[in-house]
Design a protein around this ligand. Structure first.
Ligand SMILES: [Zn+2]
Length: 391
């Protein structure tokens, strides 16, 4: 990474300055500097801030350093310092007046010496030049002090190219195709590149790589069709397996589920109509405390995972009930001269377990309609509770 400090006169930045309007950017420095790159949020015109910048400049006070990215010899973009640069450029462009010596003045009424001083004022600018990944690290560091960009906005600066331009068509506008398709299932603001980031997170997981490496590998691809197709596969898969839409489905990591559970045996493992009925029951079941876990439960169960049920976070007995039941069982066991674990007692043992050695168990399990109620509670020794759970 090469980083050089340059002093650049206002007159040089103003040379070739042109504002092409809200969507088309602003250039300066002989047309070589992109002052408002697309990834920057639109300049929020704040007259007081702009006047404060001009006040510093006209007094010859230093502004904070700025950062320009050097793309190549004739192409730069402002990474940090957009607002300060535009404040000065807009004043020079006759967009607003300032107060000077008690008078309101536009640029054309400035005294000559003040005008010359303004044009010769030097911006302190760091030029940074390097590989994409070096730039990305650098942007992250600069971003701490500058205008806040999201992680994906930063990646987009580093990995520009035809692939990214094409990906943005699908993922990066308010009404983009990806947003329309995935809205009931995916969260994220396309404008802030969050939907693009989500799709990249999912496909990177699918390819066993990282978002950065995926972007680095594909940045020169002619288009982002592979990403867009993959994203559609994920959402269509969800729609086929789970045709009923619930609000708890939004924001789940469907792509990661797809990567893990989608196989060519989906039609054997999953029956969407019976899952649909079961999901409705689970939604209504007060024993299921994690409604958002229901879909992952269905997927894990269909794949034959023995601990699929953990996704439901079923209700558990509270400590107070467990202690009360322990005392009841233990008193009775001591009277009868048997173990306070009913399973141990059946085996003829007379061990009296401590409370800390026992676990609360549903006599009738949840899968057969058992509720988390005191009457359905028994305390078992760990060994028996675990072996019961495995059956
Ligand atoms: Zn036991």
């Amino acid at each position: 990474m090469k980083i050089e400090l340059h002093e650049i006169a206002v007159k040089d930045v103003y040379d070739g300055y042109h504002d092409f309007g809200a969507d088309n950017g602003v250039v300066g420095y002989d047309g070589k500097l992109n002052i408002r790159p697309r990834y920057q949020r639109n300049f929020v015109y704040n007259l007081d801030q702009s006047k404060a910048v001009m006040n510093s400049v006209l007094h010859g006070f230093p502004l904070n350093v700025m950062y320009w990215v050097v793309n190549d010899e004739d192409s730069y973009e402002v990474l940090d310092g957009q607002q300060r640069t535009l404040s000065v450029m807009q004043f020079l462009d006759h967009k607003y007046p300032i107060e000077l010596n008690g008078q309101t003045m536009y640029v054309d009424s400035l005294p000559n010496d003040v005008y010359d001083q303004l044009m010769n004022y030097k911006f302190m600018v760091y030029w940074c030049q390097g590989t994409d990944s070096e730039k990305l690290d650098w942007f992250r560091t600069v971003n701490i002090a500058g205008e806040k960009l999201t992680d994906q906005e930063l990646r987009n600066i580093a990995y520009t190219g035809p692939w990214l331009s094409d990906a943005k068509k699908y993922f990066s506008k308010r009404n983009c195709a990806a947003k329309k398709l995935s809205d009931p299932y995916a969260k994220g603001d396309p404008n802030r590149q969050e939907l693009l980031e989500l799709s990249l997170k999912w496909i990177a997981d699918n390819k066993d790589t990282t978002i950065n490496d995926y972007m680095a590998q594909h940045k020169s691809d002619a288009d982002a069709n592979a990403l867009w197709q993959y994203f559609q596969h994920v959402i269509h898969w969800v729609q086929e397996l789970f045709p009923d839409v619930y609000k708890q489905m939004k924001g789940q990591q469907w792509g990661l589920y797809y990567n893990q559970y989608h196989t060519d045996k989906d039609d054997e493992n999953y029956n969407s109509s019976s899952m649909s009925k079961e999901i409705k029951q689970l939604m209504d079941d007060p024993e299921v405390t994690s409604k958002r876990g229901i879909w992952l439960y269905e997927l894990a169960k269909g794949a034959g995972e023995p601990n699929a049920i953990k996704n439901l976070s079923l209700r558990t007995f509270d400590r107070r009930d467990a202690k009360r039941k322990y005392d009841d069982q233990t008193d009775k066991a001591k009277d009868d001269g048997v173990s306070n674990c009913p399973y141990c007692a059946k085996e003829g043992l007379d061990t009296i377990w401590k409370l800390s050695e026992m676990q609360a168990d549903h006599i009738v399990p949840w899968s057969r309609g058992g509720k988390t109620e005191y009457d359905n509670l028994q305390m078992l020794c760990k060994k028996h509770n675990e072996s019961k759970g495995n059956r």
